[in-house]
Design a protein around this ligand. Structure first.
Ligand code: 2AM
Ligand code: CA
Ligand code: CA
Ligand code: CA
Length: 273
């Protein structure tokens, strides 16, 4: 079995475990603030994925949101970047609209991405250079869109903050409509699927974007930070993912005028870059 096949198989297994245990009572803890939650299921799922990977590939290294992986500071060899449950608030409140996300890199280059929409049993997956799939169906290349006829995804929280309001309101105003799904991994998957045209957010961690980055780029999406720079699996960043035409329009016409503010935000937030 290839590493890619193995990654898909453990995502499916982990999802099955979550579905089977959904009726059990959750133990919910808060992390950085009262709305930043983690459950026993996040931790158990990460522990399961990490133990499976360690057993099969003891020399591979792992970064995971809940800390079961290692402290990784370089990208040598195989690197797994995993989010056991992306969309924990959806998981807790809705028992749906959450995903398992896995991105795998080899010597810092994209190798494969897997996003498993657990409750809908939809597996988005891609091996770099070989196209992206939803279950067994290959996803077609994205077509360019203009913002006026696009649906974008953005968390409305960014429109309530002094520092970002004037930058993002014109995008929401100009778009055909906007959505907020509450799972970054599913946002990437939906861009890859072409059901939304762009996903825009100011702060994601490597486990939020690594699987999605690899899948979305396989259908021709452009994935960068909001300064147009490449993402890497070791650092948090802002996100702009869209079909090529819309990515350029957003970067040039909407974010470009705020370049110095965005640079400042990046230096402040992501100073370890
Ligand atoms: P999580 O559910 O794995 O924590 C919600 O808008 C999306 O943003 C989810 O993908 C969520 O991932 C992620 N998210 C939540 N809190 C975050 C934070 N403080 N920084 C970056 N991403 C966050
Ligand atoms: Ca979290
Ligand atoms: Ca996440
Ligand atoms: Ca998570």
């Amino acid at each position: 079995m290839s590493i890619y096949q193995f990654a898909k198989s453990i995502a499916l297994l982990a999802g099955q475990r979550i579905r089977e245990e959904l009726s059990q009572e959750l133990i919910i803890e808060t992390k950085s603030n009262p709305n930043d939650l983690v459950t026993n299921m996040d931790k158990a799922t990460e522990a399961f994925l990490v133990s499976q990977i360690n057993e099969q590939y003891p020399d591979h290294r792992i970064i995971g949101e809940e800390g079961h992986g290692q402290d990784v500071t370089d990208t040598e060899g195989y690197l797994w970047v995993i989010d056991p449950i992306d969309g924990t608030l959806n998981f807790v409140h809705q028992q749906q609209n959450f995903a398992i996300s896995i991105g795998i890199f080899y010597n810092g280059e994209k190798y494969a991405g897997v996003i498993y929409d657990v409750m809908n049993d939809k597996l988005y997956h891609a091996e770099a250079g070989h196209g992206a799939y939803l279950n067994d169906q290959q996803l077609p290349a994205l077509k360019d869109t203009k913002l006026v006829t696009s649906i974008i995804s953005m968390n409305p929280n960014w429109l309530t903050k002094e520092r970002t309001r004037d930058m993002y309101v014109p995008i929401v105003q100009a778009a055909r409509s906007s959505r907020s799904y509450g799972s970054a991994a599913l946002d990437f998957a939906y861009v890859a699927l072409g059901i939304i045209d762009s996903y825009i957010t100011l702060r994601l961690h490597p486990w939020d974007f690594s699987g999605g980055l690899i899948i979305a780029e396989e259908v021709g999406a452009v994935v960068s930070n909001q300064l147009g720079e490449k993402l890497d699996p070791l650092h948090s960043n802002s996100i702009l993912v869209a079909n090529p035409g819309l990515h350029q329009e957003l970067l040039n016409d909407y974010l470009g005028p705020y370049r110095s503010r965005l640079s400042e935000i990046h230096q402040g937030q992501f100073s370890n870059r």
